[in-house]
Design a protein around this ligand. Structure first.
Ligand SMILES: [Zn+2]
Length: 184
């Protein structure tokens, strides 16, 4: 596992965090080039390249880990044929049971299904936690809520992937309904 840092604007501390995510949760990926972005938390560039915003160092670790994992999952969406043989020998082989679909929602499901540590609020899933009173619908509170339910959300995502494997086409809809019901 190797990281090639491609920008001087990537602090050493951020490089170390990306290394940790790769080492602990993405054993099937051998090498990633790390670029800087200031316009989003993270971006998948192409091939084996991701860009991360150093502002994430000031956010809760769960958000940093989720963002890095989300971009690495995009990388997998596009490079899966190259890493599948290795991935099938790891504890994450269940994520590769079938061809991994493209798209942001699928990306979140595959990220959540990988590990509870990688579960954090997602912009792409468009959830509105009803349980949270308006006054405290702050981002921090949403964070705590996701943290509290991270195992449950992780298991739902795993189940959605298994359902897709069994031929259930509406697995994303099913996942979002279940996730919404946690928040109600
Ligand atoms: Zn994305």
């Amino acid at each position: 596992m190797r990281i090639v840092v491609k920008s001087k604007r990537i602090p050493k501390r951020l490089e170390e965090e990306v290394r940790k995510v790769l080492k602990h949760y993405f054993p099937e990926i051998d090498c990633v080039s790390l670029y800087y972005t200031g316009s989003a938390y993270g971006k998948y560039l192409r091939d084996w390249k991701i860009a991360i915003n150093p502002v994430l160092l000031k956010k809760p670790k769960r958000v940093l880990y989720h963002t890095v994992a989300h971009e690495l999952t995009h990388l997998i969406q596009w490079q899966q044929e190259k890493i599948r043989p290795k991935a099938l020998k790891t504890e994450y082989s269940f994520l590769y049971a079938q061809r991994i679909p493209k798209g942001e929602k699928a990306c979140e499901i595959w990220t959540y299904a990988r590990h509870p540590d990688l579960v954090a609020p997602s912009y792409y899933l468009g959830l509105k936690p009803k349980k949270l009173p308006n006054s405290i619908k702050s981002w921090c509170t949403a964070m705590e809520f996701y943290e509290e339910h991270s195992f449950e959300i992780h298991n739902l995502a795993k189940k959605a992937i298994e359902m897709r494997r069994q031929g259930f086409r509406s697995y994303i809809k099913w996942f979002l309904n279940k996730l919404n019901s946690i928040f109600e």
